[in-house]
Design a protein around this ligand. Structure first.
Ligand code: UDP
Ligand code: MG
Length: 326
């Protein structure tokens, strides 16, 4: 049986890749229809994440030329995860299945067939996993690997080398809609939604054109977000370190008392200095970690909308929609 598919693509300053991406999507969608995997009213939803170039104009043109393309315009730049969520929440209840992917053609479109086959076998979520990361720089590859290892060590259920190329059924989207958090890390939330899931391997290509919208600073912030949104182990680690230092300090006290009894009280300058610096450093670090979580609580407590939709170019015309946040 064929299903109605919505492909959700966040786009931020992607004018260089959109013409090629849309061309390939037209072909891909036609071939999926031909194979009987998706229905003819399947759509591609392009989410403009407050781009400063001609991305939105291009999306409007695509929509005019071909009803296959729908467009969502966010009121301003909100970042990849929020833009993706805006797209997924718009697709929710308008399709049977959604597939999220990047605009830059790094995700191999031919894996979509296998995604849908897995859905037909009963999976509600299918994770696209990169076979190899040769197309990434050495630095990106290594830091990403470190990140996944750290997440595993902290007890977070996360799929290795899975970015946001993923199939989610409408049921899974409805489950995702129940997660209200403002600090978004979608690839960690999907496993929390549960359901039967599987992985599909694909080769990740190089960015087709333009440059990465994830500079190192954004990547680091994303990684810290991922860890602190899903694990409180760093907080526990502070307690452990505190306890170890307390035990050490007992030995230091013993040492100090012995020195005092034996009359060497003036010496010991080095150890005093060393311990002041060390304790000071550990305390500042610990405060920083706690601060990170307090900041999270602050953001969650405000419950600000995660995205605001300015326009929605759909079949039924151009709707200004603002109530998709939930
Ligand atoms: N993106 C977005 N908002 C942003 C940054 C990125 O919607 O603020 C989109 C971007 O257009 C692309 C996807 O997120 O479709 C992934 O970005 P990119 O390819 O630059 O990341 P990388 O592959 O280098 O990690
Ligand atoms: Mg990319």
């Amino acid at each position: 049986m064929a299903h109605k598919l919505m492909v959700v693509i966040p786009c931020y300053n992607e004018e260089e890749v959109l013409p090629e991406t849309s061309r390939r999507l037209v072909d891909k969608m036609a071939s999926l229809v031909k194979k009987g995997l998706i229905t003819e009213d399947s759509r591609v939803l392009l989410v403009n994440d407050g781009s400063r170039d001609r991305t939105w104009e291009m999306i409007c043109d695509l929509h005019k030329q071909n009803p296959l393309f729908e467009g969502v315009k966010l009121s301003r730049n909100r970042g990849h995860q929020n833009a993706l969520l805006a797209g997924l929440m718009t697709a929710r209840n308008r399709c049977d299945i959604s597939i999220s992917m990047d605009a830059d053609l790094q995700d191999d479109m031919d894996a979509m067939d296998r995604f849908i086959e897995k859905y037909n076998e009963g999976c509600e979520i299918v994770y696209g996993v990169r076979n190899k990361r040769e197309t990434d720089t050495f630095f990106k590859r290594e830091t990403a690997l470190m990140f996944y290892r750290l997440m595993k060590a902290l007890g977070v259920d996360i799929t290795f080398n899975h970015a946001d190329y993923r199939l989610m059924s409408n049921r899974a989207l409805n489950a995702l809609a129940q997660f209200d958090e403002v600090n978004l890390f979608l690839r960690g939330l999907a496993p929390l939604a549960g359901f039967q899931s599987d992985v599909v391997y694909y080769d990740r290509a190089e960015r087709f054109a333009g440059e990465s919208k994830y500079p190192f600073k954004k990547m680091l912030a994303f990684a810290i977000d991922g860890i602190t949104s899903f694990s409180v182990k760093p907080l526990r680690l502070i307690t452990t370190v505190g306890m170890v230092i307390f035990v050490l300090s007992l030995f230091m006290l013993l040492y100090a008392l012995i020195s005092w009894v034996s009359g060497h009280t003036v010496s010991g300058w080095t150890s005093t200095l060393a311990s002041i610096w060390m304790i000071g450093g550990i305390q500042l670090l610990s405060l920083g970690v706690i601060g990170e979580y307090v900041g999270k609580i602050y953001n969650e407590a405000k419950r600000r909308p995660r995205f605001i939709i300015d326009r929605y170019l759909s079949e039924s015309g151009d709707d200004p929609v603002v109530d998709h946040q939930k």
